[in-house]
Design a protein around this ligand. Structure first.
Ligand SMILES: [Cu+2]
Length: 365
């Protein structure tokens, strides 16, 4: 986005465009010496051209009926598409809910039994018992044991959420009043701005509005975050203004976006598709209008998307940096050899010539 604005600004100011063109042309002309005429013209054209995307965009996925979206009238947790989400949903649905039902039924049965068995008609002379050590120990210990049994898997899950494996990709998520920006520092550092898509009746004629291919009302955005499937993606989450929260129900992800602070979370999603979430911290008047849409795509599609945003795969950037470092090292080595050659010649001369001639030698070199 930044480079597009810069290009547009350069195109609007003829002087600036003129001043920038030679700079852009210079490195190319050096690199491709055999055809200087062609390379010196091309970058000038590129600088003057309107900010066109580097490559065509990808075909975006249509939302699924039951994955990554809230279902009308739905209860329970959304289908989970991360391993931690699946474990947590399984723990909640199969263990915690079962335990809640058993405890509730047990307490209800005790109440019913007490009401019937000890009603005045059936039990005219009440017992005067006030203590029973055994039962008091039991009703203290059993709840403690239940809580410990719940705490152990819970803490294990929390620890897994906060100890990410090495990341294949990092996305910096920034909350703003009232939209999100996503930066890709590993892929050239470009940034995308993600805004809610309004309904057709709410926009001027000709402006983009939401369609069902974009997503449900109040959840569809103009620019989705795109991440590769099957890769560990680290989210560095922060805010530009007030506290927001980055939440994606289908990933089991919710983390605060605090100004001046970097929070970290991670996901690994194997199932391609588009998933919707929302800002989940009351952040002002339009808090309800800053949805999050994340599209998970195969790696080849992700690379095509990167290219359409002016970015590159991390491997390509790293390989280029490595090649440049190697070339620089080779050039330094060559310069060193070239510098050493006359010095050796001088030394050779010094051994054969008179001291007077030797003193004059450095000046000639
Ligand atoms: Cu917010």
């Amino acid at each position: 986005m930044g480079w597009a604005i810069a290009l547009a600004a350069a195109a609007m100011t003829p002087a600036a465009a003129g001043a920038q063109a030679p700079q852009a042309a210079e490195p190319q002309a050096v690199a491709a010496a055999p055809a200087p005429a062609a390379t010196s013209v091309a970058p000038a054209d590129a600088a003057a051209a309107p900010a066109a995307p580097a490559a065509p965009g990808i075909d975006h996925a249509a939302p699924s009926a039951d994955y990554g979206v809230p279902v009308p009238g739905g209860t329970g947790i959304q289908h989970q598409v991360t391993e931690i989400g699946q474990q947590a949903a399984n723990f909640h649905n199969n263990w915690l809910l079962t335990l809640c039902v058993i405890i509730s039924l047990f307490v209800l049965a005790l109440l019913v039994w007490t009401i019937l068995r000890y009603r005045r008609g059936a039990n005219p002379t009440p017992s005067r018992t006030s203590h029973n050590t055994m039962i008091e120990v039991v009703w203290t210990l059993v709840p403690v044991l239940i809580l410990v049994a719940i705490a152990i898997p819970s803490i294990r899950l929390i620890r897994a959420q906060y100890s990410p494996p090495p990341a294949d990709l990092t996305v910096k998520v920034i909350g703003n009043q009232w939209y999100w920006t996503y930066q890709y520092p590993d892929n050239g550092g470009f940034e995308i701005v993600s805004n809610l898509l309004k309904e057709q009746k709410d926009v001027k004629a000709g402006d983009r509005y939401r369609t069902d291919a974009d997503g449900p009302p109040l959840l569809a955005v103009d620019e989705r975050m795109v991440i590769p499937a099957g890769k560990v993606v680290k989210f560095i989450v922060t805010s530009n203004d007030v506290i927001h929260a980055f939440a994606m129900p289908a990933f089991w992800t919710k983390i605060d976006a605090n100004p001046g602070r970097l929070n970290e979370t991670w996901v690994k999603v194997d199932r391609p598709g588009v998933y919707f979430g929302q800002c989940s911290e009351l952040c002002g008047a339009r808090h309800g209008y800053m949805p999050i849409a994340i599209e998970v795509v195969p790696e080849a599609t992700f690379n095509a998307w990167l290219a359409s945003k002016g970015g590159q795969p991390r491997a390509a950037i790293e390989a280029k940096a490595k090649a440049e470092a190697a070339a620089a090292a080779a050039a330094a080595e060559a310069a060193k050899v070239a510098a050493a050659a006359p010095a050796e010649a001088n030394e050779a001369a010094a051994t054969t010539e008179t001291p007077a001639a030797n003193e004059a030698a450095p000046a000639t070199n």
